[in-house]
Design a protein around this ligand. Sequence first.
Ligand code: ASP
Length: 587
Amino acid sequence: MLRTHTCGELRPTHIGQHATLSGWVQRLRDKGALLFLDLRDRYGLTQLVAREGETDPAIIATLRQLGREFVIQAQGKVVERTAKNLDLPTGEIELELSALNILNPAKTPPFAIEDETDGGDELRMKYRYLDLRRRPVRQNMELRHRLNREIRAYLDGLGFMDVETPVLIKSTPEGARDFVVPSRMNPGEFYALPQSPQTFKQILMVAGFDRYYQIVKCFRDEDLRADRQPEFTQIDCEMAFITQEDILQTFEGLVRHLFKTVKGLDLPAFPRMTYEEAMRRFGSDKPDIRFGMEFVELNALAQGQGFKVFDEAELVVGICVPGGAEYTRKQLDELTEWMKRPQIGAKGLVYVRCNTDGSLKSSVDKFYSEEALRSWAEAMQAQPGDLLLLLSGPEHKTRKQLNELRLEMGQSLGLRDKNTFAPLWVVDFPLLEWDEETQRFYAMHHPFTSPKPEDMHLLSQDGQAGKVRANAYDMVINGVELGGGSIRIHERPLQEKMLALLGFSPEEAQSQFGFLMEAFEFGAPPHGGIAFGFDRLCAIFGGADSIRDFIAFPKNNAGRDVMLDSPAPISEAQLEELQIQVRNPEK
Ligand code: ASP
């Protein structure tokens, strides 16, 4: 080997020994008579030292030729440092150089390989191998590796079996947009890349595998956001002969195991909340419960007093911001403008300041007596010094807008601490979601999710299907949906009925999902499962918002790999072979 130790390994116990290290030049400090070099590898930094008059002059000459990121091999004796650096694990020793060998010179890197770098996102992605040399990025990848190992350890321990499912599958109309791959051997036909291994894992249950998992790449051709990548990794799981309760227990156990082993944290049992309750209390199906500021409905107290905006609204609802009365008029105007941006789309924002002297001051003083305002403050359990913020409008929309406001206020009050973890289960999601635009139902989770048995009768009642709840659940941490799953349909007639509700003709249902429904006729056990976003899990454990920093080779916001410069055109010959015509090859 080109080394006897790593750059993170040597300690005072090695003093007097000879060692050979290999790595990258972090920094050379040439003080004339004394030269120091920090040598870096994945494991750490070690200081090498040479002294004019003591060290071989050829070594000193070589040292002076070195640039940043040269790859070198260094030999020497481990000695005690006079000026110790106790911040560094190797900071008590240094290596007195007795041989130095340049393994490969390097060009000057386009950005600093330091904890804090001067490189912008695009540059760092183009030279991702240099970015990955930086400690914070490397540590993210190490965290990912550790989580991966602990997930496998936990699931293996429970008898889950890792089964690989295919990547070239078939496009289906449900869910997000598919990435497609042309088939040369079947001209004019296309594979699709899986959005998830959903149907395969269900088929594995029919096959009797009973406990399946896979840490698996999935692909969705959606518009990108900070926490989205066109290819991402799921921890995909399925179990047979279980109830919803078994799934919740098993996978709450997984996440608690990860917090315990990777972060040393013992999390208490996860609270559970129905979808209906989450929407009512927080206006979100993924509430951040690290802080309060819960919604209070004020229709009864605020309507019928002559303020038209409230009187005509389906819902008047507010939050109480602790200590918020200090907000200036200007700040409140800014907040109102922020709420009116098209991304949120509120019409306005009503506030009531609960001053510390006990007086109340609102933006609707013209319409409401102090007594009326006091009744709101009481309903919202406001203390002197608090601020009430109220919205009104159509129920669903208004709750969503107030959710944005609540999160924003939580953020600005510092209530969303990255080192606090507040997980919960959201359960009893609606089975179906009505889409106004296309005038049809969509499956809220996916078409294989089973209705709650007690709601089953509503499926066949006119106008009631939207009320059916599903055996579907999400795990949420700090306002982020970390995973979701459901108990599945395992009988052909119910699956047919579900697909019909979703607007599939019997022929379409058969051609898209006939294989699955046929499998259900050959002895399908009751089953269910869940999938977690692995990249998101890593980001949460790493205290970061973006998943990109936890993926070795991520794509940029336009879905491009800037290192490979992909996607890219393919040759005429390739196109011909695939019998594909590109309309405008320049674009
Ligand atoms: N396949 C689902 C998803 O990707 C998860 C599940 O139901 O297990 O969201």
